[in-house]
Design a protein around this ligand. Structure first.
Ligand code: CA
Ligand code: CA
Length: 162
């Protein structure tokens, strides 16, 4: 009974898989989906920086404000390995001394904190070394302050370096 239906689903997912190949391979260099988003109380829901999709894709100057109590989890549709040196790069716009706590996960459920916080004013490189995870696909960012005109850490993009 399930046979034909399963085949149809497999065929459909193969098509999606082919179309999604650009997302799953080399071009999936930047976070491509919002897994979870909670805006802190300092973030106004009508403001442009409320939109977490602004953290997806390559850096474009459009940011989501990760204010105090904001949590954003972005996803890569591939495994980012812990290779020698830095493995992730955060792009932040502005220089208001904001910071963000970063955690990573392979499965989207168990997150391991990184010792290096994301810091405002450009790019912060992060190393998976020490997390015990051979690879990750999820990056969680928690806002720690409300500094700046757009409150908190102004996240533009998350890049995988390998
Ligand atoms: Ca590394
Ligand atoms: Ca952006």
């Amino acid at each position: 009974m399930l046979g034909p239906r399963k085949c149809a689903i497999l065929a459909a997912s193969t098509v999606v898989g082919l179309l999604g190949c650009t997302d799953g391979n080399l071009q999936d260099r930047y976070a491509s989906a919002v897994e979870r988003y909670q805006a802190g109380p300092a973030v106004r829901s009508e403001a442009p920086y409320y939109d977490p999709a602004r953290a997806l894709g390559a850096p474009d100057g459009k940011t989501v404000a990760l204010a105090e109590e904001s949590v954003l989890v972005v996803r890569f549709f591939r495994e980012i390995p812990d290779a020698p040196g830095s493995d992730l790069r955060l792009f932040e716009v502005g220089s208001d001394s904001s910071s963000v706590r970063v955690s990573v996960s392979a499965d989207g459920r168990t997150f391991v904190p990184l010792t290096t916080p994301g810091l405002s004013g450009g790019a912060t490189e992060l190393d998976l070394d020490g997390t015990g995870l051979p690879f990750v696909s999820f990056v969680s960012l928690e806002g720690l302050d409300n500094f700046g005109t757009d409150p908190g850490f102004d996240l533009d993009a998350v890049e995988a370096l390998h």
